[in-house]
Design a protein around this ligand. Structure first.
Ligand code: UDP
Length: 233
């Protein structure tokens, strides 16, 4: 196993197969583009369990993903893909940067689901971009691919709203990333975890996601454990 890449939350290793890599989930936590940092022992394992379960269900629902199988507590075998440098954010309720930028109240339900694109570029602080920007930066082949990213984003949203609702949680917003596999197909990559979603308890509104870390709201690990426990039932 050779380390191919190390990011803020993951390490990627090569395997004997050219089209497969191992993805290891780290215990580190970052926010505000890496300005705020922490480590929580066991967070990687919790997130791996959560994302594996969700990706398996998404595959069944017709969304192609990079997941092959879970290997151990912190590692999964995934299809090697070239990551598209766009963060696809889907929002149902105003929160975070949207609430701040447009002056909306956190918790305000949006009249319809919105999809946003952010350019994955740390040096630029991941700026919000439109379709024209994505085209001039050559982030996709053509506008049809942007439409596909939007469609997948919405389809994942429809699935996740119901999935989390059944587990007593409201899906506020989330971020997904896509990659191109060896055949050139666009597939869901990265993760879907409480690091990349906003999840609120349906009854109390209690936050069960990374906002606990961003806003110093208390014990992150017990919230993530609760998310895993609720979706595992
Ligand atoms: N998000 C993420 N990674 C990022 C930026 C955002 O996973 O680099 C997720 C975030 O957890 C939330 C959604 O995308 O569920 C929308 O985030 P927002 O734009 O409100 O950004 P933030 O509040 O992180 O500034």
């Amino acid at each position: 196993m050779e380390l191919l890449y190390e990011g803020k939350a993951k390490r990627i290793y090569s395997t004997k197969h050219q089209d497969e890599v191992i993805c290891e989930f780290k215990d580190s936590l970052t926010a505000f583009n890496g300005e705020k940092k922490d480590t929580q022992k066991g967070k990687g394992a919790l997130n791996l369990a959560i994302t594996t379960l969700i990706f398996q269900e998404l595959e069944k629902a017709g969304i192609p993903t990079h997941l092959i199988r879970k290997l151990d507590n912190t590692k999964q075998l995934v299809k090697k893909c070239e990551i598209i440098l766009i963060e696809v954010v889907v929002r149902n309720i105003a929160a975070g940067s949207l609430a701040k930028r447009l002056g909306l109240k956190e918790g305000e339900r949006l009249p319809f689901t919105i999809v946003e694109f952010y350019y994955k570029k740390d040096e630029l602080n991941d700026p919000l971009i439109n379709d024209d920007h994505a085209m001039i930066l050559n982030l996709v082949k053509d506008r049809k691919e942007l439409e596909l990213l939007r469609e997948y984003g919405k389809k994942i949203n429809t699935f996740l709203i119901d999935f989390f609702d059944k587990a007593g949680m409201t899906l506020v917003d989330f971020k997904v990333e896509f990659g191109r596999d060896a055949k050139g197909n666009i597939i869901l990559a990265d993760e879907i975890t409480p690091d990349s979603c906003r999840l609120w308890d349906k009854k109390t509104g209690k936050k069960l996601d990374k906002d606990i870390f961003r806003q110093d709201l208390g014990d992150l690990m017990s919230a993530y454990k609760e998310v895993l426990q609720r979706i595992s039932q």
